[in-house]
Design a protein around this ligand. Sequence first.
Ligand SMILES: *[C@@H]1O[C@H](CO)[C@@H](O)[C@H](O)[C@H]1NC(C)=O
Ligand SMILES: *[C@@H]1O[C@H](CO)[C@@H](O)[C@H](O)[C@H]1NC(C)=O
Ligand SMILES: *[C@@H]1O[C@H](CO)[C@@H](O)[C@H](O)[C@H]1NC(C)=O
Ligand SMILES: *[C@@H]1O[C@H](CO)[C@@H](O)[C@H](O)[C@H]1NC(C)=O
Ligand SMILES: *[C@@H]1O[C@H](CO)[C@@H](O)[C@H](O)[C@H]1NC(C)=O
Ligand SMILES: *[C@@H]1O[C@H](CO)[C@@H](O)[C@H](O)[C@H]1NC(C)=O
Ligand SMILES: *[C@@H]1O[C@H](CO)[C@@H](O)[C@H](O)[C@H]1NC(C)=O
Ligand SMILES: *[C@@H]1O[C@H](CO)[C@@H](O)[C@H](O)[C@H]1NC(C)=O
Ligand SMILES: *[C@@H]1O[C@H](CO)[C@@H](O)[C@H](O)[C@H]1NC(C)=O
Length: 741
Amino acid sequence: MQPLLISFAAATSALIVASSTIQGASGYFQPNSTGIKLQNGYERVYIQPFGNHGMRVRASIMRDPTGNEWSALLDPPIEGPGGNNGLGHDITVPYQGNATIRNGNLTASITLGVLSFFRVEPNGSTTLLTKEFTDTKAILPRFYTQDFRSSSFQSQFDFASDPDEQFYGAGQQACCMDHSVNKKGQVVDLINYNSHVTLPVYMSNKGYLQYFNMPSEGRIEFGTLRTRHVASEATVVDYYITTAAPGDYDALQRQFTAVTGRQPTPPDFILGYQQSKLRYFNQTQILDLAQRFHDEEVNVSLIVVDFFAWKYQGDWSFNPEFWPDPAEMAAKVKSLTGAEMMVSLWPSMEDLSINYLPTQMQGILATTKDGTGVSDSFAGVYTRLIDSTNPAAREFLWKRLNDSYYSAGIHNFWIDQADGGTLGEAFENNGQPITQMPWARAFSQYFIGTQEAAGKMYPWFHQQAINEGFSNLTGKDISTQCEHMSLTRSTFVGGQRFCSYLWSGDTDSTFDVLLQQITAGVSVGASGISSWTVFAFLTKITETVQGRELFVRWLGMGVFLPYRPCLIEVCRDRVCSLPLDPRQVIANPCPNEPWSYGEANFVIIKKYIALRYQLKPYVKRLFEMLQQTGKTIMRPLYYDFSLTDPFVVNGTKTNDYTIIHQFMQGPRLLIAPVGELGATTKDVYLPILSDEAKSQGFTWTHWWTDKDFGTGGKLVNVDAPLDEIPVFYLGSKDDILSGSV
Ligand SMILES: *[C@@H]1O[C@H](CO)[C@@H](O)[C@H](O)[C@H]1NC(C)=O
Ligand SMILES: *[C@@H]1O[C@H](CO)[C@@H](O)[C@H](O)[C@H]1NC(C)=O
Ligand SMILES: *[C@@H]1O[C@H](CO)[C@@H](O)[C@H](O)[C@H]1NC(C)=O
Ligand SMILES: *[C@@H]1O[C@H](CO)[C@@H](O)[C@H](O)[C@H]1NC(C)=O
Ligand SMILES: *[C@@H]1O[C@H](CO)[C@@H](O)[C@H](O)[C@H]1NC(C)=O
Ligand SMILES: *[C@@H]1O[C@H](CO)[C@@H](O)[C@H](O)[C@H]1NC(C)=O
Ligand SMILES: *[C@@H]1O[C@H](CO)[C@@H](O)[C@H](O)[C@H]1NC(C)=O
Ligand SMILES: *[C@@H]1O[C@H](CO)[C@@H](O)[C@H](O)[C@H]1NC(C)=O
Ligand SMILES: *[C@@H]1O[C@H](CO)[C@@H](O)[C@H](O)[C@H]1NC(C)=O
């Protein structure tokens, strides 16, 4: 079928309703308009002030957006003007019109129908940030393709960019060869699957952040001269842009999280050590495990029960054959170790589940274009997906989770495999992997729309289900402080507002991927999602000396990540010669507890776990700052050093490993993980400190020896034995350990 192409450029003659303009008392320039509507034939574009120094733009064809399309934007924003305004506007610009409005330091101008954004500088001059990309004979910057069978369209929006501009964020691409912090030159696919949590948001080193408030699949192309956002299916193109002084990434994050949500502070236990494996398959094993942690005097804060503790997929309960008394188990774990428990939750539903008929009858399973709803197969059965985008499905799911787990004292949930479309893996035909089949296939249909139009937010609604459950059950406001957590393999923009934390998916446990994970983590942090940790999955952790070394290196890095030093999957999957239990689905019997990597390593592992507990006050403080102002926890070097260190700017631009394989944890710690087998020393780049840091007397000080290495601007070589991950600190160690930063 031939699609109809509809596209637009532009307009004359302005019909401007001026509104008054006042410089606020704080020096903040209050919006001088409630919004512009450009009526461009059958296209319309709304531009409204939104949040501090921000604008929201919505564009549609044939009809106005309903205003009820799904949105991760908080309306009104937590901070700043705008919001509560629907499609309100006081300026109407017809075909070929001009108009300019200002909010704080951001102005939006329509000139002959083309939209540009400027920052107003302190001296009153303006700097062009970006504009809709136009050129002689170039495809029009707002481009829509409509399929006559539906009232939606595919959109393609182009924005001008400078050849040497840098772009950061775009969510998590954890795939193996993508060691990048600067995304310029890349194509980022907006689709979810295991370890791929790309997000339609990026920051520019020119001092702006742009976010496409659309759950559509599609892609972002960071081309030489233009940045293109493509949405596979939409009824409105909805984006937000905000500006700050170049180099002030904390301000961009503050403004962005004020319109998309702030991470509530986590309960203390998520800052400690967490133990899991693939998998403990019965209650006795968990009790033995807790007893051993108790006897070895190793701190543990969370013990996790992985998948297939259920009898049938979709039961959302323990199989009583192997888990006779969950409440007793949780109570014993708590009394022996103080640890909380977590269980895995999959979205898949098989026909034999007790929940199959009720969910099918209520229409709360996702369906497919062929009507069957079958979207995957796993462990020998075909499965459907619970449609968590439907409020009734969320209520149903939570009721089961409450009955089976929460009321038994197991309060934390691991949202695994809920990437949407399928189970987020290469399609399996009854257990036979066909690895070249596409992942999230586009034929799923949800309450909120199709996989193409809305599938990016399927995981987000699972987070919401559990969040609502917590808050309904406890009757507490959990928007700023959490008592429980969910752990999730995927999310969408705004997912940070939940008591829910992202991990990087089932990545390979190799040294190369260990380093790559740093770039994935800082990129997702630059997208507003700061509570993040790594896993390393699959079969590379073996009984060999090398495998154990990799494990310890990985654990060392985990100590300095926002949460969870023992990355469950590292700790979860080992290869050994023990046989699998034939009664169990994928239950690796190989030991993976801290004491199972040899005596010498156990000493090191205990040292790292103890260090993590020592650092808890610091990490807690970082989460408080995240909650208050959206300040990113895991920080790429450009955040803190682009204004002082040209080498950081250059290295970030070219994705130089010297720069992008290091990160700051909060404002005081620089981490340079070792990503090489057998290394005994490590070259670490110490960035040039700002005048402000110098005036506080800060110097780079080696964590393990307290040796002073000066104010930066040089590569240094430090000892890096297995028990001493290279770390440098600023200021006093006592302040760091007591959390007074
Ligand atoms: C709109 O702006 C353009 C470019 O500055 C100018 O050529 C045109 O005359 C303006 N139109 C109106 C109606 O002011
Ligand atoms: C708003 O302020 C900007 C910058 O001062 C100005 O260019 C623009 O014309 C004003 N718009 C209105 C509608 O007052
Ligand atoms: C105003 O400030 C901008 C940004 O700092 C700078 O590029 C420009 O040169 C300044 N203009 C004047 C006239 O000082
Ligand atoms: C932006 O506006 C604030 C007032 O809210 C002002 O203090 C600041 O200097 C401005 N920043 C830039 C880069 O113009
Ligand atoms: C639980 O697992 C242990 C192996 O760790 C096994 O010896 C025991 O028989 C299992 N119990 C049940 C009820 O399966
Ligand atoms: C939480 O309570 C609200 C209000 O009663 C209800 O609409 C919602 O479905 C509940 N959520 C869950 C997950 O039970
Ligand atoms: C949660 O479970 C408890 C115990 O079974 C029950 O009393 C309570 O009503 C349940 N709450 C919800 C919201 O289902
Ligand atoms: C275990 O955790 C407690 C509470 O955080 C702490 O006081 C204690 O020092 C920790 N023990 C070790 C060995 O790290
Ligand atoms: C940055 O790179 C440019 C060339 O790309 C080079 O001229 C300059 O010396 C570099 N600066 C630093 C501080 O590395």
